[in-house]
Design a protein. Sequence first.
Length: 158
Amino acid sequence: MNNLFLLLFLASFICLIVGLIKPTAFSRFIKGEITRKKIATIFGISAVAFFILFGVTTDTSKNNQEAQQPVVESTQVVTENKNDNPAPVVEKTKTAPTPTKTETKTTSAPTPMPTSAPQTDRASMLVILKANASSKWGTDYQMVKYEYNNQVQAYKGL
């Protein structure tokens, strides 16, 4: 339905421009004296009405669902290593995003680390960077992508 209103809006807008330039182009459709004021009134009101109807019939929930990108949540589980190495073992678990409109982020409380921090591989670091950008910018996909790309470039520079 919104496509129909969009086409009618564009047609009335074009007729408004043509009628203001050459009012006699509509002499066979409009009875009586043809003036620019009469043309502007008819097609101006119809253009505004069709524009409002187009805006009302546009489905915004469909556009919002397409704009949202799935966010992968990650949590860290720290366990003690029983070997001679005193460094803790960090395991990553990934959960699928929830299909609800409001997203909740779960992160575990940071635990104090020993003097040497565990080394992370590239894949887990990229997941951490994406989670940080998503937690900072929420559902703003362009800002999440911008923040993520900046952090990846900084990570590559190390």
